[in-house]
Design a protein around this ligand. Structure first.
Ligand code: UFG
Length: 327
């Protein structure tokens, strides 16, 4: 089976590509290398083996159609997107054009080609300020930032395509991925905005300190709560989802999280314990677009796909640290 992976030079996409190649799938990676790295592509080859690579921007529909006209594949995993919540608030148009416009082009082109299976990388950010915790998939979609809104729009588009019998899809709503593939491939965002790599960088002295965005939330220590998931658990969820996607027609949606939440301060303290680093920090203003608490109810994915997270927060941090030490 051949899988087209968009955003395969990025963090989640590259590790998924490596895992799929190791599991016997043929992989075609499509990336514009705006945020992804050539070096990451080289690492996939070293770790897992060969794949085809297409450099194209999803916003350029003509070039996309030409490029995809030359290859055959059975399913698509669509990761390519902008991901920084903070930037999305400042540049909503860019986020819509890239995340929604890019996905729409991709879907139109592959449907025209006759491809029927689509696995979509969605996010917990679709829930905004959830009314219910832990959050079930049936919760209202009320994103509070353009990043989340762009993902909701793609989900709705996929529902329409499924209604018309044109494309079967699974939407995976990721909570907070972190960690690495054996310390070899990990988070390398530019700029880095994610909590765990930023704590590690502050501990290494690469940054002056960690800025904690607000300690006046209604949580046990005043800092926001997230459900951190090991990248290898998340990638495994894609393998389970691909198998399910082969069997279903229509569309389905799953949270991918552990069901356990930690505050920013708890993560910070756990990083210090695991790494024995001394990490300077400062409490600053809240970050626009952040919600107080996002914790998954993972019971649907556990029951339907038989997937369950295997790693805990300490494992995640240890794995992220193994990678960060190489940077
Ligand atoms: N945080 C800080 N200081 C920092 C960075 C983060 O205090 O320097 C806090 C945030 O306020 C938040 C928590 O740490 O409470 C986690 O923040 P991240 O930026 O690591 O991740 P988000 O929770 O913002 O995750 C969101 C979406 C995910 C998505 C991700 C992509 O919810 O679905 O952005 O960037 F994958």
């Amino acid at each position: 089976m051949t899988i087209l992976i968009t955003g395969g030079a990025g963090y989640i996409g590259s590790i998924t590509a490596a895992k799929l190649i190791q599991s016997g799938y043929k992989v075609i990676i499509l990336d514009n290398l705006e945020k992804g790295h050539q070096e990451t592509l080289d690492q996939i080859k070293q770790v897992a083996g060969d794949f085809e690579f297409i450099k194209v921007d999803l916003r350029d529909k003509e070039k996309l159609e030409l490029a995809l006209g030359e290859v055959d594949f059975d399913a698509v995993i669509h990761f390519a997107a902008y991901i920084e919540v903070g930037r999305s608030v400042k540049e909503p148009k860019e986020f819509m054009e890239n995340n929604f416009g890019g996905a729409k082009n991709l879907i139109e082109v592959i449907v025209k080609k006759g491809v029927k299976k689509f696995l979509f990388s969605s996010t917990a950010a679709v829930y905004g300020h959830p009314e219910e915790l832990p959050i079930p998939e049936t919760a209202k979609l009320k994103p509070i930032n353009p990043y989340g809104e762009s993902k909701v729009r793609v989900e709705k588009l996929l529902e329409k395509y499924a209604d018309f019998g044109k494309l079967d899809s699974i939407r995976l709503r990721y909570f907070n991925p972190a960690g690495s593939l054996n310390g070899l491939i990990g988070e390398k965002h530019e700029p880095e905005t994610h909590l765990i790599p930023l704590i590690l960088k502050a501990g290494k002295g690469e940054r002056d300190k960690l800025y904690i965005f607000g300690n006046d939330y209604e949580t046990k220590d005043g800092t926001p709560i997230r459900d951190y998931i090991h990248i290898m658990d998340l990638v495994e969820a894609h393998i389970f989802a691909l198998k399910h996607l082969e069997k279903i027609s229509g569309t389905d949606v799953f949270n991918v999280g552990t069901g356990t939440g930690y505050t920013v301060k708890e993560v910070f303290e756990t990083v210090k314990e695991v790494t024995r680093l001394d990490v300077p920090y400062e409490i600053v203003e809240r970050r626009e677009g952040d919600s107080k608490e996002l914790v998954a109810d993972p019971s649907k994915i556990e029951a339907v796909l038989g997937w369950k997270a295997q790693y805990n927060l300490r494992d995640i941090i240890q794995s992220a640290w193994e990678f960060e030490k190489t940077q």
